[in-house]
Design a protein around this ligand. Structure first.
Ligand code: NDP
Length: 245
């Protein structure tokens, strides 16, 4: 199924690498006009220039309300609106709960959960006005299963799933869908910190027998953003090779 996003405006938070970059590249390759973000304006702009298609890069720190309120009007001015928001940016600060400092907790919750809320809130009004929209938040299977050493991350990603279900019900009558994609183990910078031994142990538990790629996550995001997914909302789609079955 070849999806066509010609004429559509897409915002991807955290598009400088990994899953966000693959998502931005997939949308741009399907005809969309895309704005990506990174915390550093120059990095965001130079990565945007590297991606084939109509892609722009702007600075955004989703843990900072002022930065979010600046970024969205600027992005929408470039794009002429917003049809799709992919709330992708996220961080980890992995530690056992007993070793987790207040800041480790607060940074992860304020980026992954509060940041997703701040970004989604910015696009609701314009989407209601245009009577259409797609919001896709990147959560994690860890938000479904939990994981030792990731209490803060699991709480943030479980929170995103609850948030998505609530917002989906608030805006469904306005032709706006809100869904989550829950990747399993995907090969990116975020998962690069894991030791070889731990990686082999995790991959040994993946029924598909391997980690996933950012492009495989991007394909599921594209589907949820497409016309073909018009009756899917409040859903969390696992992209994990069966890891969290
Ligand atoms: P990466 O670490 O490779 O990329 C993270 C992206 O988020 C970067 O573009 C970074 O941009 C951006 N970012 C980080 N913090 C902020 C912030 N405060 N404000 C704005 N942007 C920020 O991660 P992945 O691509 O692996 O992960 C993407 C999403 O997928 C995350 O939400 C993650 O939790 C989720 N996920 C990843 C999995 C994996 O195995 N990789 C598994 C399950 C979920 P910059 O540094 O340029 O600011």
């Amino acid at each position: 199924m070849k999806l066509d996003f010609t004429g559509k405006s897409v915002i991807v938070t955290g598009g400088t690498r990994g899953i966000g970059r693959a998502v931005a590249s997939a949308f741009a390759g399907s005809g969309a006009k895309v704005v990506i973000s990174g915390r550093n304006a120059e990095t965001a702009a130079s990565i945007a220039a590297e991606i084939d298609g109509d892609v722009h890069g702007l600075a955004l720190d989703i843990s900072d309300s002022a930065s979010v309120s600046e970024f969205f009007p600027a992005a929408q001015e470039i794009l002429g609106g917003v049809d799709v928001l992919v709330a992708n940016a996220g961080i980890t600060r992995d530690k056992l709960v007993m070793a987790t400092k207040d800041d480790d907790w607060d940074d992860v919750i304020s980026t992954n959960l509060r940041g997703t809320f701040l970004c989604a809130r910015e696009v609701i009004r314009p989407m209601i006005k245009s009577r259409s929209g797609r919001i896709i938040a990147i959560t994690s299977i860890i938000g479904l299963t939990g994981n030792p050493g990731q209490g803060n991350y699991a709480a943030s990603k479980a929170g995103v799933i609850g948030f998505v279900k609530s917002l989906a019900q608030e805006v469904a009558s306005r032709n706006i869908t809100v869904n989550a994609v829950a990747p399993g183990m995907i090969t990116t910078d975020m998962s690069a910190d894991i030791s070889e031994k731990a990686r082999e142990a995790i991959e040994g538990r993946i029924p598909a027998g391997r980690s996933g790629t950012p492009d495989e996550v991007a394909a599921s995001v594209m589907f949820l953003a497409s016309e073909q997914a018009s009756y899917i909302t409040g859903e969390t789609l696992r992209v994990d090779g069966g890891l969290a079955c």
